[in-house]
Every structure is written in C-alpha cells, then in structure tokens.
Write a protein that binds this ligand. Structure first.
Ligand SMILES: [Zn+2]
Length: 104
C-alpha cells in the first residue's frame, strides 16, 4: 500500500480546497441535466461545493456553477438545485459522520 494524500477539491463558490468528502458534487450529465451527485460517481463534468447551503447561495449569486460546468445554468435550475441541496445537506452530514467512522 502506498501512502495516499487525501484528495482535495476546490469549492467553486468560496474557492477553498477541501477533502472530497467535505464537498457536495454537482454534475452535468451527458444528457445535459444538472444534478446533485451524492455518490460522486456519476458520469459527466463535475463541480464541487462545500456541504453548506451558504456556499450554494454564493455559487448562485456569482454563477459559479455556470463557469465550473461550462454551461449556462438557468435560474430555475439553480432554484431546483438549491431545494435539493437543502434536502441532501442533512443526509450528507450524516453520511460524512458514517464515512469518517469507517476510516478509523
Ligand atoms: Zn465553499
């Protein structure tokens, strides 16, 4: 086994580098749908956001997802994603706890 550094990704909203499991991935699928991808494994171009609604709101304000996904993201899609984001935030935090327990 080779020692591995924790993979870091940058939040497209606040620009902070964080371990992947601290971030929520938003993916633009090959069908050009924009979705929250909690598994982190969906095909497509991904963008990462901190698992906080405040970062989502910042991304919405600055249109950071448009740039990261290289596609215009309409207001309606941002609104939909924001609702999904709020819905998954709790699940995401619970999952993070579980994953870090397994890492021990
Ligand atoms: Zn952030």
């Amino acid at each position: 086994m080779r020692p591995r550094k924790v993979p870091l990704r940058k939040c497209v909203a606040c620009q902070e580098m964080k371990p992947k499991k601290e971030l929520i991935r938003v993916v633009r699928t090959p069908d050009e749908e924009i979705l929250i991808d909690l598994t982190g494994k969906k095909a497509g171009r991904g963008a990462y956001l901190c698992g906080k609604v405040s970062c989502f709101k910042l991304a919405k304000k600055t249109k950071a997802l448009d740039r990261a996904l290289k596609q215009p993201v309409g207001v309606a899609i941002y609104d939909q994603l924001e609702q999904d984001f709020i819905a998954v935030e709790e699940e995401f935090l619970a999952e993070k706890e579980r994953v870090s327990d397994e890492d021990e």
